[in-house]
Ligand binder design. Structure first.
Ligand code: UD1
Ligand code: MG
Length: 457
C-alpha cells in the first residue's frame, strides 16, 4: 500500500446556506459536517491529513482539534486553489492523496477505501468518485469519450445543454497521485463562468498529458450528497438519521417510531433497549441493554447502565446506573452521578449531585450540589438550599436518612447516617447520626376560634 494523504476542503463561506455559521460547521444529526468527513477519513490508514480552512478558520480548528493538520486559504478562489494551500506540507511527497469536500457528510470510509483500491489497481494518476444522480442539477458532470473513458468534468454553470443532460456527477471526492496532483494544479486556470480555479480541471489536464485517469462509480448516490443549501442539509439529516437508526435496530435496539427518534452518530445503545417516540439522544451517550427510554425524552452525553427507565425527561452530562427509574418529567442536570436502583420521580431536578444506591426522590424536589448516600428517602417537595446569591454550598445526606416532606436543607449542612428530618423542617445545622430533627414552629390550635369570627354564616 502506498503512503496515503488526505485533503479536506473546508474554507468556503457557504453563501448558499444564508447563515452566520460557516457551511462545514452546520450539524447533521448533531455533528458538524466536516467532523463527519474527518471521522470517516480517520478510519482509513492515512499518514497525513490536511484540512483547508479559511472562513471560520478558528472555529473549524477548534472543532477538529488535533485530528488534522491545517492550511489556510486566505481568499477562496476555488477548489483547486484550496488544494494548492497544502503544497508546503505535501508537494513532492510520494503517495496517493484523497481529496474530499467538507460538505459531503454522508460519505463512508468503506467507499473511500474502495476508491483508493480502484485507483491503485488501475495504476491511475487520478480517480474521481462519481455517482448517477436522478437530479444532477448543481453538480459537476462527468464527460466520457466514446470508449467510455473519462475526459473531463464540466461544472453545471459552465455546461452546455447536452452536458447538463449527463446524469453521472462528480461527487467531489478524488484520489490523485500526489506529485501529479501538485504539478497539474499549477496549470489550472480560472477561465470559466465563476472565475474560479476548479479542482476537477486537474482531470482533463492529466488526461491530456496522456496519464491514466479513471472514474469509480458508487451505487450510493445518497452517500455523496453535497450540501450547499438548507434543502440539501435537511436531506442529509434525513439520510443520516435513517442510517443511524437502522444500525441500532439491526443491533437489537427497538425504535417504536424511527421517524421521530433522533440519535446522534456517536451514541451507543445495548440490546433490547426500547426507545419510544419523540426522543433525542445525542453526544457521547452510552445506554446499556434492556432500558426503556422515552417517550419525549432528551439525553445528551450520559452514561446509562442496564434495565433503566427514563420517561418524559431531560438528562445531560450525567452518569446513571442500572435499574434506575427516572421520570416522568424529571430533569437531570450536568455532573450528576446516579447509582443503581435509584428512583427520581416526577418534577424532580437533580444538579451536580451523587445519589447512592437505592435512594429515592419520588416527587417535586430540587437536589443540587449534594452527596446523597445509600437508601435515602427524600420526601415530596424537599430541597437543598445550595445558593446564597453568590456561592454554592454542599449538602451531605448520609446513608439511610429519611428527609420528611417539604424540608429545606440549608447548605452547607450534613444530615448524618440514619437520621430523620421531620416534615416541613428548615435544617440549618448538622443533624447527628440516628437523631430526629424537627425544625419548624410548633402547632397552636385555637379551640372554637372560627365560631367567634362574626363573618361566619
Ligand atoms: C464541487 C465541485 C463539483 C462537484 C461538487 C460535489 C468544483 C469546482 N466543483 O462543487 O464538480 O459536483 O463539489 O459536491 O470543485 N472550498 C474551499 N475553498 C474554495 C472553494 C471551495 O475550501 O475556494 C470548499 C468548500 O468549503 C466546500 C468544498 O470546497 O467544502 C466544495 O466547494 P463548493 O463551493 O461546495 O463546490 P460545489 O459547487 O458544491
Ligand atoms: Mg458543495
Amino acid at each position: 500500500m502506498s503512503t496515503r494523504y488526505a485533503i479536506i476542503l473546508a474554507a468556503g463561506q457557504g453563501t448558499r446556506m444564508k447563515s452566520k455559521l460557516y457551511k462545514v460547521l452546520h450539524p447533521v444529526c448533531g455533528k458538524p459536517m466536516v467532523q463527519h468527513v474527518v471521522d470517516q477519513i480517520s478510519k482509513l490508514h492515512i499518514d497525513e491529513m490536511v484540512t483547508i480552512i479559511g472562513h471560520g478558520a478558528e472555529k473549524v480548528k477548534a472543532q477538529l482539534g488535533t485530528q488534522s493538520q491545517y492550511a489556510l486559504q486566505e481568499s477562496q478562489l476555488g477548489t483547486a486553489h484550496a488544494v494548492i494551500q497544502a503544497k508546503e506540507m505535501l508537494a513532492g511527497k510520494f503517495g496517493v492523496t484523497l481529496v474530499v469536500c467538507g460538505d459531503t457528510p454522508l460519505i463512508k470510509a468503506e467507499t473511500m477505501e474502495a476508491l483508493f483500491k480502484h485507483h491503485e489497481e488501475m495504476n491511475a494518476k487520478a480517480t474521481v468518485l462519481t455517482a448517477e444522480a436522478i437530479d444532477p442539477t448543481g453538480y459537476g458532470r462527468v464527460v466520457r469519450n466514446q470508449q467510455g473513458f473519462v475526459e473531463k468534468i464540466v461544472e453545471h454553470k459552465d455546461a452546455s445543454d447536452q452536458e447538463r443532460s449527463i446524469k453521472e456527477i462528480n461527487t467531489g471526492t478524488y484520489c490523485f497521485d500526489n506529485q501529479a496532483l501538485f504539478n497539474a494544479l499549477e496549470q489550472v486556470s480560472n477561465d470559466n463562468v465563476q472565475g474560479e480555479y476548479y479542482l476537477p480541471d486537474v482531470i482533463e489536464i492529466l488526461k491530456k498529458q496522456g496519464e491514466i485517469v479513471t472514474a469509480f462509480q458508487t451505487e450510493e448516490f445518497e452517500e455523496t450528497l453535497g450540501v450547499n443549501d438548507r434543502v440539501a442539509l435537511s436531506e442529509a439529516e434525513r439520510i443520516m438519521k435513517k442510517r443511524i437508526n437502522e444500525t441500532h435496530m439491526r443491533n437489537g435496539v427497538t425504535l417504536i417510531d424511527p421517524l421521530s427518534t433522533y440519535i446522534g452518530p456517536d451514541v451507543e445503545i445495548g440490546q433490547d433497549t426500547v426507545i419510544y417516540p419523540g426522543t433525542t439522544i445525542s453526544g457521547k451517550t452510552v445506554i446499556g441493554s434492556e432500558c426503556v427510554i422515552g417517550p419525549n425524552s432528551e439525553i445528551k452525553d450520559c452514561q446509562i447502565g442496564n434495565e433503566t427507565t427514563i420517561r418524559q425527561s431531560v438528562s445531560h452530562e450525567s452518569s446513571i446506573g442500572s435499574r434506575v427509574n427516572i421520570g416522568p418529567f424529571a430533569h437531570i442536570r450536568p455532573k450528576s452521578d446516579i447509582h443503581d436502583e435509584v428512583k427520581i420521580g416526577n418534577f424532580v431536578e437533580i444538579k451536580k449531585a451523587v445519589f447512592g444506591k437505592g435512594s429515592k426522590a419520588s416527587h417535586l424536589s430540587y437536589i443540587g450540589d449534594a452527596e446523597v448516600g445509600k437508601d435515602v428517602n427524600i420526601g415530596c417537595g424537599s430541597i437543598t438550599v445550595n445558593y446564597d446569591g453568590k456561592n454554592k454550598f454542599l449538602t451531605t445526606i448520609e446513608d439511610d436518612v429519611f428527609i420528611g416532606c417539604n424540608s429545606n436543607l440549608v447548605a452547607p449542612v450534613t444530615v448524618k447516617k440514619g437520621a430523620y428530618v421531620a416534615a416541613g423542617s428548615t435544617i440549618t445545622s448538622d443533624v447527628p447520626e440516628n437523631a430526629l430533627s424537627i425544625a419548624r414552629a410548633r402547632q397552636v390550635n385555637k379551640e372554637n376560634y372560627v365560631d367567634k369570627l362574626n363573618y361566619k354564616k
